[in-house]
Design a binder for this molecule. Structure first.
Ligand code: ATP
Ligand code: MG
Length: 1024
């Protein structure tokens, strides 16, 4: 930070505190150096010195405002924005009120400075539509107040002729939410009289120059101010730096923004115009020497019209005075001078009251009615100290005011500062400074001060005059070092004083006042009859403001100087409660020349403003101090030992803290109740560290808070979950209970149903029976037999369904049969057909039958291609229907011979290779016999009438059933087949018999038995 500071110090020194030597010459040289480079701002610590450049500098842009926004005071080159911003941020962080005292003599740039500050706040404060409305009102109150309260003087083309203290109210977020203006003593005399080279208040010129034709016609005014007595006394009204026409437009627009409606605006302009007309009312002398209106009544009529008062009463009020004598009212005519005095008094009163009314309106429009806590920054821009060739009551008041402010400055800075060091027991070498308390007392002391003497003189019965007042002053103040008159002065001084003058040695220099007019101006009297008249005016503004003036007619109103004194007292009371910031404005030259640095003039100002003393105190002193508690409270997060709580004494805590921060011994002092920090940079480094730490703290707090919130949420959720669970369990349990109750009922019913199942269907068993039925059917459905042959799978039915079960079983078996049948192919059908034939012949008769059932029948076992062609030829044209290899047993000796047996349509042919050995016509085949055992012996019984026939044929054919079935079908011999037990008789030849005997044995055998029979032993049938 220090590096940045020195880098910026290219032109002179930015802070006088850093000057090598504290001499006036060094001070002025630095000021001049900077001024020559248009650097008009320089600091003395936190006090800002501003030198009027009398030219527009490019240092007031929005861009620059942004640069200064939120930046520490010493980070950037000195600027009024830095001061404004610093006050603003201190207010926001410390939640307290501030004021910025702008001082300097007339034309030094106080009003300009206050405008710059307002503009800065207008741009850099938070903005919303609502806040912008307030901001506009605050900003636009300025042109209105300037039009009515500023005027060209010899010193300043835009001199403030009233004191202004404006509070800007900020909410906790820093938004400008309202404002309030306090006005002090308007220089009313200017309305009726201006010194040479000066002007009346701007508004008069703005109206007659800028006012629209129609408006001027309505107000009875002529364009240009030359015709108006009140505007021409100072000489020419045109001033190059004043743009009356443009300003007129600004003022009209501003009046709208501060909510002054059309009617009131009309009344306002009417009032202003009435003053101009009033100024043109002239007086002549009648025969008795009494004042009468001269010329025609045109001006009087305009006044009466614009104010809405009776013209005749007005004329009377301007020329006579009502005196109450013996409870009767008598009119006492004025002399011409008196009439002029009454006219001017009326004009001043009207203008003065209108000004007050305007300030009230502005306050109403800026007022913030919200009662929430607000902090304020006050801007004090009051007329500067001024010395003219002729100085009157107004200058007396103005300079008195400046004395008071200087006193306040001294109290708040020099004196207070030094007293504080003493009180805090800080080593300190006292700095001598001029305390203007003595002058303040000379002016305002009760009973003995000039104001008190003036008041006394004003109230004193008898012929008190300005000169008698001067005599009284000479009487009372003869020995005062700051007071001198022609009479009291030494010879040399006397030459510079007129007889009616008194001279005051103000803190800012000598001012010679001419007492003429002091009493009148202090009394500021308005004759009662004219005041009563105005109270009845139709013009609302004058009526309103006059009727509130001072209703108690018996009490003498407070004199102007006393009113002013008490208002200043109030002001200082308000200000001491706030934190002060200072801007000291210096006038660079008397001729308003840009860039001209009048060293003598500036030296004088530096002197009387006490800048050198301030610098010395600053250099010797400490830039910052805070009560230990406050300091510790703010910065304790910076040290682990003090965060979050310091249990010991605050002073010890602060010591630990600053040690931790690494403060050097010379950088700070520990007072009785406060810590004193010498350089701002030390504090700013601490503040920067605090800013950084704040974010970390905020993150930690945030995390804690988030954790706390999350915990809470989790707890709530858990509770909710438990509740839901409980409810759900309840629901489940209730359901379970209901289910059980239901189950008990059902079981009971079931048992009852079971017990009464044998009875006819009734209410008790109907459900059970239905259940039984359904249950059985369901069971049945899942366990149906899949083949017709499966006779075991069928579920045994309950008694009630016995009949149904049987019906269903039949139905199902038919269904299976049907399905089976439908699935049979023609070939298989034929096969089955044959098997059926086989069955009808052999089932239950021959032991080997059961084994054969599963053996499929083939079409033939010997095809035509298997038969020798010669044998085929012997068979002739007949086709072979079936052929099978057989073993033929000879009739004699039963020798086995392998033969082919083929069946044709008409006969069976026994073939031995190429020969048909035997042809058995079906017609001659009288029977076929087989045994009941498992052998494969077939006996063909052949009719033997034909001697060619060889007798019965004994064969062994393995596919016995197939062969016989085919044969029986081809030859239609079902009934010819017989199954024989034991033995089959056979005819060997005609008349010769034998037999085939069948028996069972362990081994199959076919042989010739001893008895000559063919013995066939077969194994027993395997049981399945
Ligand atoms: N910062 C500035 N930049 C440019 N010109 C300035 C500046 N300050 C003042 N002036 C010029 O000086 C003139 C007088 O300034 P201002 O009206 O602020 O003086 P003042 O101190 O208010 O005087 P008074 O006590 O008479 O009201 C302005 O009209 C303007 O021309
Ligand atoms: Mg001013």
């Amino acid at each position: 930070m220090e590096g940045a500071l020195t880098a910026r110090d290219r032109v002179g020194i930015q802070d006088f505190v850093l000057l090598d030597e504290t001499t006036e010459a060094a001070f002025l040289s630095n000021l001049r150096k900077r001024f020559s480079k248009d650097l008009i701002y320089t600091y003395i610590g936190t006090l800002l010195v501003s030198v009027n450049p009398y030219k527009q500098l490019d240092i007031y842009s929005h861009k620059l405002m942004d640069v200064y926004k939120g930046v520490n005071f010493f980070e950037l080159p000195p600027h009024i924005y830095a001061l404004a911003d610093n006050a603003y941020h201190t207010m926001l962080t410390e939640f307290n009120n501030h004021f910025i005292l702008i001082s300097g003599e007339s034309g030094a740039g106080k009003t300009e400075a206050s405008k710059k500050i307002l503009q800065y706040y207008a741009v850099s404060c938070p903005s919303t539509t609502l806040l912008n409305t307030v901001r506009d009102k605050i900003l636009m109150s300025n042109p209105v107040l300037e039009a009515f309260g500023n005027a060209k003087t010899l010193k300043n083309d835009n001199s403030s002729r009233f004191g202004k203290y404006m509070d800007i109210q900020f909410d906790s977020q820093g938004g400008a939410v309202g404002g309030h203006v306090l006005n002090y003593l308007l220089e009313k005399s200017r309305v009726v009289h201006q010194n040479h080279g000066e002007r009346n208040f701007h508004i008069f010129y703005q109206l007659v120059e800028g006012g629209e034709e129609e408006l001027l016609r309505r107000l009875g005014l002529e364009r240009g101010g030359q015709r108006y007595h009140y505007l021409t006394q100072g000489g020419g009204a045109a001033v190059s730096s004043i743009h009356d026409r443009n300003n007129w437009k600004t003022v009209k627009n501003a009046l709208q923004i501060i909510n002054i409606d059309k009617i009131n605006t009309n009344h306002l302009f009417g009032t202003v115009a009435s003053v101009l007309h009033l100024g043109n009312v002239g007086f002549g002398r009648d025969a008795r020497g009494c004042a009468v209106l001269s010329g025609d009544d045109a001006e009087l009529l305009w006044v009466s019209k614009l104010l809405g008062v009776d013209a005749q009463s007005l004329r009377e009020g301007l020329t006579c005075r009502k005196i109450e004598a013996n409870k009767e009212q008598v009119l006492s005519p004025f002399t011409v001078d008196h009439a002029i005095y009454a006219r001017d008094a009326l004009a001043k009163a009207i203008y003065g009251q209108t000004f007050t009314w305007l300030v009230n309106r502005i306050n109403e429009s800026m007022e913030n009615k919200d009662l929430s806590r607000k902090n304020v920054i006050g801007l004090l821009d009051i007329y500067g100290f001024e010395v003219f060739y002729v100085n009157s009551f107004e200058q007396f008041c103005i300079n008195y005011c400046n004395e008071k402010l200087q006193q306040l400055f001294i109290q708040l800075t020099l004196k207070a500062e030094q007293e504080e060091y003493e009180a805090e027991d800080i080593e300190w070498e006292s700095v001598q400074f001029f305390n203007n308390k003595i002058i303040c007392e000379l002016l305002e002391e009760k009973h003995t001060g000039i104001i008190s003497l003036l008041d006394e003189e004003c109230l004193r019965p008898g012929d008190a005059t300005d000169l008698t007042f001067l005599e009284r002053l000479e009487d009372k103040m003869s020995n005062h070092p700051h007071f001198v008159t022609h009479k009291l002065a030494d010879k040399v001084t006397r030459k510079t004083l007129e007889r009616g003058d008194f001279r005051l040695l103000h803190y800012a220099g000598e001012v010679t006042y001419c007492v003429v007019g002091f009493l009148d101006k202090n009394n500021d009297l308005l004759y009662k009859n004219i005041k009563d008249l105005i109270c009845q005016a139709k013009n609302a503004i004058v009526r309103e403001s006059f009727s509130t003036m001072d209703s108690d007619t018996r009490r003498r109103p407070e004199t102007v100087a006393t009113q002013f004194k008490s208002s200043l007292l109030k002001l200082t009371e308000v200000l001491v409660k706030k934190e002060a910031w200072y801007i000291r404005c210096l006038k660079s030259n008397e001729s308003k020349q840009p860039g001209h640095f009048d060293e003598a003039l500036i030296r004088h100002q530096v002197k009387y403003l006490g800048l050198m003393e301030h610098l010395r105190v600053r250099r010797a002193g400490f830039a910052y101090r805070r009560i230990y508690e406050v300091f510790l409270k703010r910065y304790k997060p910076l040290c682990p030992a003090t965060w979050p709580h310091w249990r010991g004494l605050p002073a010890d805590g602060v010591e630990v803290l600053v040690q931790h921060l690494g403060y050097l011994p010379d950088e700070y002092r520990m007072g009785r109740t406060k810590i004193f920090i010498r350089h701002p940079r030390t504090l700013y480094a601490t503040e920067d560290a605090y800013e950084k730490c704040k974010h970390e703290l905020a993150t930690r707090l945030q995390a804690k808070y988030k954790g706390y919130k999350a915990k809470g949420k989790f707890k709530r959720q858990k509770e909710a979950a438990t509740k839901i669970e409980t409810c759900w369990r309840g629901v489940q349990a209730r359901k379970e209970r209901e289910k059980r109750a239901w189950a008990v009922k059902v079981i009971k019913k079931f048992i009852k149903g079971y017990m009464t199942r044998g009875q006819a269907r009734n209410t008790e068993n109907s459900e059970y029976l239905a259940f039984v039925r359904q249950n059985y059917l369901n069971r049945l459905k899942g366990n149906l037999p899949e083949t017709v042959l499966d006779k075991t799978t069928w579920q045994s039915p309950p008694a009630v369904l016995a009949e149904t079960s049987e019906l269903l079983r039949q139905l199902h078996s038919r269904l299976m049969v049907r399905r089976y049948v439908r699935g049979i192919t023609p070939q298989r059908k034929a096969q089955l057909h044959l098997k059926a034939v086989t069955s009808s012949i052999f089932k239950g008769r021959k032991d080997s039958y059961p084994q054969s059932v599963a053996q499929p029948f083939v079409d033939t076992r010997i095809g035509e291609q298997d038969v020798d062609i010669r044998a085929l030829q012997m068979i002739g044209h007949e086709h072979i229907q079936y052929g099978v290899p057989v073993i033929k047993y000879d009739r004699n000796g039963f020798k086995p011979r392998a033969r082919q047996l083929v069946l044709t349509q008409t006969a069976a042919h026994l073939i031995d290779d190429a020969k048909v050995k035997q042809r058995v016509l079906y017609t001659s085949l009288k029977g076929i016999s087989v045994s009941n055992l498992t052998d494969c012996i077939i006996v063909f019984h052949i009719t033997c009438e034909d001697p060619k026939q060889k007798g019965d044929l004994v064969m062994q054919c393995d596919p016995l059933f197939e062969f016989l079935t085919k044969l029986s079908v081809i030859a239609n011999k079902q009934n010819a087949i017989s199954v024989v037990q034991g033995s089959i008789k056979i005819d060997i030849q005609a008349g010769k018999e034998s037999a085939v005997d069948f028996s069972s044995g362990p081994e199959a055998e076919v042989c010739r038995a001893k008895n000559g029979h063919l013995l066939v032993v077969s194994t027993r049938a395997r049981t399945r």
